[in-house]
Design a protein around this ligand. Structure first.
Ligand SMILES: Cc1ncc(COP(=O)(O)O)c(C=O)c1O
Length: 435
């Protein structure tokens, strides 16, 4: 995450007490937000911004969505709690059923939790307990969250790990198959080379019989918006099958139509053993989930994991509205079509802009990487940072990612319109003319 971008911020009566909020939390902007309406976020002075950041891929249906808001109101007035340990509540059961209907067989069982990190931790615990194996294989540059377990498998920034050792033991990292900049954008070369390195880890570093899980983001998010080639995910699936290792897909950022498919792993035609969901699941209310087969959940065992707040009925009611909206409004298709339009618009800009080294990513999860020089591909975080600050001044919210903050990530709402895509591309063109 980049450092805060200074700008006029809070109303006078809050400006000083804002110091009571932790400075530890990284903030992209020093603006203060008043309300959201559709795809616009409004700051406290009334200025509207086209929100292509969505709280980092969370409010994927935008703000104050009528259907989601109505579902939340309806449930708040009926029952806020109890949650899981007390028994069953209708929206919780319904959301589990609707989620599993979107996932491939044999995934038919859901545990609800509260955040992506917590669900990653749970999935790692599941894999250890079910397989009886300690080893976890994750990928360099990956981001899986901030709890100790999730931190242990996160390498997108040294700052996320520094000072926290010892982290979980028996975690090993393989290279993520990022076609750019290391493989001249050649996905097949990236896939072959990284599968070879992965296989060599199993013969030189840790025996496959010691590995319980392989954890991967189908599109590396925080680490730079790099899609894993289909052949790489297929190769991982083969290796996991061969050795009885559980393949865990971290769909926290890629899920819920973001990539132009309901789930990122669908691009590779594979079925993970465990899928971790969060962010867009309830369009802003805290909720996450671990989805897997009933057989694996049974082997995990009664009370092997749990959560007081996980599966809050209000959050689950929002989740039901999210899934209904995605289905009724054809938003998987919309993400694919609008994403193609966005890429075309960005490519037009890049053709005239030597500071852009690469544009990549499926659907509405597009990374624009800035470089100091197209030949050396040296990352240029400073320009990316200046560009999101300038874009915000011009009324468009974008975020950065990547180990040097060199990639601008485009995460528009999944129900974005063609007119909004054009507007954003126009603002981005103007941004780069003035940065
Ligand atoms: C891929 C991925 N996994 C896990 C997480 C952690 O989720 P949370 O911040 O809800 O704990 C994130 C958050 O950005 C993420 O992008």
């Amino acid at each position: 995450m980049t450092e805060a971008v200074p700008s006029p911020a809070l109303p006078a009566d809050l400006a000083t007490v804002a110091d009571n909020l932790t400075p530890v939390l990284g903030r992209y902007f020093e603006r203060s937000w008043s309300h959201g309406e559709g795809h616009r976020l409004f700051d406290t002075s009334g200025t509207a911004y086209l929100d292509f950041a969505n709280g980092i891929a969370v409010t994927a249906l935008g703000h104050h969505h009528p259907r989601v808001t109505a579902a939340i109101h309806g449930q708040v007035d009926r029952l806020i709690g109890p949650t899981g340990a007390m028994g069953y509540a209708e929206p919780v059961v319904r959301l589990a059923s609707m989620l599993t209907a979107t996932l491939p067989d044999p995934i038919d069982s859901v545990m609800f939790l509260n955040s992506g990190s917590e669900a990653i931790d749970g999935a790692l615990k599941l894999a250890r307990r079910v397989t009886g194996r300690p080893g976890i294989l994750a990928f360099r540059g990956g981001f899986h969250g901030r709890t100790f377990g999730a931190t242990s498998v996160t390498t997108s920034s040294l700052n996320y790990r520094t000072g926290y050792e010892p982290l979980l033991p028996s975690v090993y990292f393989a290279p993520y198959p990022a076609a750019y900049p290391d493989f001249d954008s050649d996905e097949e070369r990236a896939s072959e080379a990284c599968l070879a390195t992965f296989a060599s880890l199993l013969t030189t570093v840790i025996a496959p019989s010691m590995i319980g899980s392989v954890l991967i983001e189908p599109v590396r998010g925080e680490g730079g918006y790099n899609p894993a080639p289909a052949s790489f995910l297929q190769g991982l699936r083969r290796i996991c099958d061969e050795h009885g290792i559980l393949l865990i897909a971290d769909e926290v950022q890629t899920g819920f139509a973001r990539t132009g498919r309901m789930w990122g792993f669908e691009h590779a035609g594979i079925t993970p053993d465990v899928v971790v969901l969060a962010k867009a699941i309830a369009n802003g209310l805290p909720l996450s989930a671990i989805a897997t087969s009933r057989a694996l959940m049974d082997r995990w065992g009664k009370s092997a994991h749990g959560s007081t707040y996980g599966g809050n009925p209000v959050a689950c009611a929002a989740g039901v509205a999210v899934l209904e909206t995605i289905a009724d409004e054809g938003l998987v298709e919309n993400a694919a079509v609008r994403g193609a339009e966005l890429r075309t618009g960005l490519a037009r800009i890049a053709a005239e802009e030597p500071r852009i080294g690469d544009i990549r990513g499926p659907g509405l999860m597009i990374g624009v990487e800035f470089v100091k020089d197209r030949d050396t591909r040296e990352p240029d975080g400073a320009t990316a940072k200046a560009a999101i600050a300038r874009a915000a001044d011009l009324g468009l919210l974008l975020l950065t990612c990547g180990t040097s903050g060199q990639t601008i990530r485009w995460i528009p709402p999944i129900d974005v319109t063609a007119a909004e895509i054009s507007e954003a591309v126009e603002i981005f063109g103007e941004t780069l003319r003035t940065v």
